[in-house]
Design a protein around this ligand. Structure first.
Ligand SMILES: NC(=O)c1ccc[n+]([C@@H]2O[C@H](COP(=O)([O-])OP(=O)(O)OC[C@H]3O[C@@H](n4cnc5c(N)ncnc54)[C@H](O)[C@@H]3O)[C@@H](O)[C@H]2O)c1
Length: 328
């Protein structure tokens, strides 16, 4: 088996494209499977690219028939806009659940031993304890979070009954861009904090703070940010870990920094990095926004023997450089 062939689903989106780039840099051969539903189809792709709607079983089988022997599936493809998921509930379950189910089946049929799935801290909902460990209760607050929990369950069943070795990486808040990769965060609409702060500064428009009356040190929500370069690297480390484990291993691991940053702190850091003031407007809290989300990263450090390195300043600077590269 060629160890180097990796299927990267959603490999034209933010996290998938960055990880595909790092895989290629690290000697692997990525095969990107995407339907460009939340990304832009590249005119010329750096990687092998197959257009496929992963929610359709026949399309997935057809795509895998075209591929060489695959060593691992890195499954990033999903609909991932939390507010949208409350409106388009069917779409979120149909897309995210079926894509994972079809890929787990393809892994079985085409003898792919390893599977790494993009899960999320949204599976915890509003946590009772901070930092959040992997054995905290799973109580997603949204259809998006539920669709990810359901995807985790599918993989657990395929591990148990089909011998698939699967890891769910529960990301906290990825941000930034990998220098030289030309990949970065471009969601439409953008719901994430760092890109929205930078857009506000760049366009000289007020940044909307949703709630300044939380029971946190400065009243604004606290999140745990991780640089996309670190997050992409976590996938390579996770694959190396899975390769050392017995076949049929199943696990869930938080991937964050175990460091809380408030919305106001993120704004101040962006002002420092960009050297420009950010106008702000305070709005009421949004329904379902937890006050604080910080990863307990003990499992990540113990099992993967790895931890993220890059600071918030680098996430902001690298995202800004990515945006500047696109507008210049
Ligand atoms: N960005 C975050 O803050 C964050 C946090 C936690 C977890 N995640 C998870 O990480 C993964 C990647 O997130 P992202 O920010 O890169 O999202 P993204 O929207 O930038 O990329 C998702 C990609 O998946 C593709 N896709 C979606 N449905 C598909 C289907 N049925 N068939 C084929 N391709 C399909 C899209 O076209 C897109 O290229 C998602 O699973 C998301 O739930 C993201």
């Amino acid at each position: 088996m060629d160890k180097k062939n990796i299927v990267v689903t959603g490999g034209t989106g933010f996290i998938g494209s960055s990880t595909a780039w790092l895989l290629a840099q690290s000697g692997y051969t990525p095969f990107v499977l995407d339907n460009f539903s939340t990304s832009v189809k590249p005119e010329k792709s750096l990687f092998n690219l197959i257009e496929v709607d992963l929610s359709q079983p026949d399309e997935v089988t057809k795509a895998f028939k075209k591929l060489p022997q695959i060593h691992a599936i890195f499954h990033f493809a999903a609909k991932a806009l939390v507010p949208e998921s409350t409106e388009k509930t069917w779409d979120y379950f149909h897309n995210n659940f079926n894509a994972t189910l079809n890929l787990a089946e393809a892994a079985t049929q085409f003898s792919v031993p390893y599977f790494i799935h993009s899960s999320t801290c949204a599976v915890y909902g509003i946590p009772q304890r901070i930092p959040i460990s992997e054995n905290s209760p799973l109580k997603p607050e949204t259809p998006y979070g539920e669709s990810k929990r359901a995807s985790e369950n599918i993989l657990q069943q395929f591990s148990k009954w089909k011998g698939l070795s699967a890891l769910n990486l529960r990301y906290f808040n990825p941000a930034g861009a990998i220098t030289g990769s030309k990949c970065g965060e471009l969601h439409d609409p953008e719901t994430h904090l760092i890109p929205n702060i930078i857009t506000s500064i760049h366009q000289n428009k007020p940044f909307k703070i949703f709630g300044n009356d939380y029971s946190t040190s400065d009243g604004t929500c606290i999140r745990d940010f991780i640089h996309i370069k670190d997050l992409a690297q976590a996938h390579l480390v996770a694959l190396s870990f899975l390769e050392t484990q017995p076949q049929g291993t199943f696990d869930c691991i938080n991937v964050g920094k175990n460091q809380g940053v408030s919305v106001k702190e993120a704004i101040k850091t962006a002002e420092k990095v960009l050297g420009v003031q950010c106008k702000v407007e305070v709005h009421p809290r949004r329904h379902g926004d937890p006050a604080e989300l910080i990863a307990d990263t003990t499992q990540m450090k113990q099992k993967l023997r790895w931890q993220p390195q890059l600071p918030l300043e680098a996430m902001i600077e690298d995202h800004w450089n990515f945006i500047k590269g696109r507008i210049s």
